[in-house]
Structures are given as structure tokens and as C-alpha cells.
Design a protein. Structure first.
Length: 105
């Protein structure tokens, strides 16, 4: 999808995917498109919605944490919770193993 297009195009794309038989829809990258995640969740609430927390988002947080500019765990959890609040019920992330460990403590 063209990143400069409006939200209406995102809705059209999702509708087309569902008409073609998609069982699940995904928004990628997740963080810059939280508004689209919310919109898709509201318009197609019966459809499982995934969000892909892409490698660029992962790399930015890793680099900033390595410099001591932020707390990786706190930043990651806040980011992933924001994706969930927007409406995604499935999150694909490079932090999956770390988050599983952090949430068990």
C-alpha cells in the first residue's frame, strides 16, 4: 500500500483481502500505522487482526538502548501495549522471546 495514501485506501485493501478469502489481516509496520490498526479493528472487528512490529522498529530501540538513551524493556512493553490498545490481537515481533521472559517475572 502507498504510505502516503489515506486511511480509506487501507480500508479498501482490507476489504479486498477479505473478499479474496483472507482469514486474517495484518498491518505492517505497526507503530507508524496505529491509526490504521484502530480503524481496521473498528471496521472489521470480527476478523483476526495482526500487527508486524518490523525489524526497523526493533533496530531503533536496540540502538538507543545500547547507547543508554532508553530502557529497552520499558520501551518495548509500552510499544507492544500500544499496538494492543490500537486493536491488534496478534503481534509479530522480534522481541517475542524477551517479552515472554519479562512477563513471567
Amino acid at each position: 500500500m502507498d504510505p502516503t495514501a489515506g486511511a480509506a485506501q487501507a480500508v479498501r485493501e482490507v476489504r479486498l483481502d477479505l473478499e479474496e478469502g483472507a482469514d486474517i489481516v495484518m498491518v505492517k509496520p505497526a507503530l507508524p500505522y496505529l491509526d490504521i490498526i484502530r480503524l481496521v479493528h473498528e471496521r472489521f472487528e470480527e476478523v483476526p487482526l495482526a500487527a508486524y512490529n518490523v525489524s526497523g522498529e526493533y533496530s531503533m530501540v536496540k540502538a538507543a538502548a545500547a547507547q543508554g538513551w532508553l530502557d529497552e524493556k520499558a520501551t518495548v512493553l509500552e510499544s507492544l501495549f500500544s499496538i494492543t490498545r490500537a486493536g491488534a490481537r496478534i503481534i509479530i515481533t522480534y522481541w517475542a522471546k524477551d517479552v515472554a521472559r519479562w512477563l513471567q517475572r
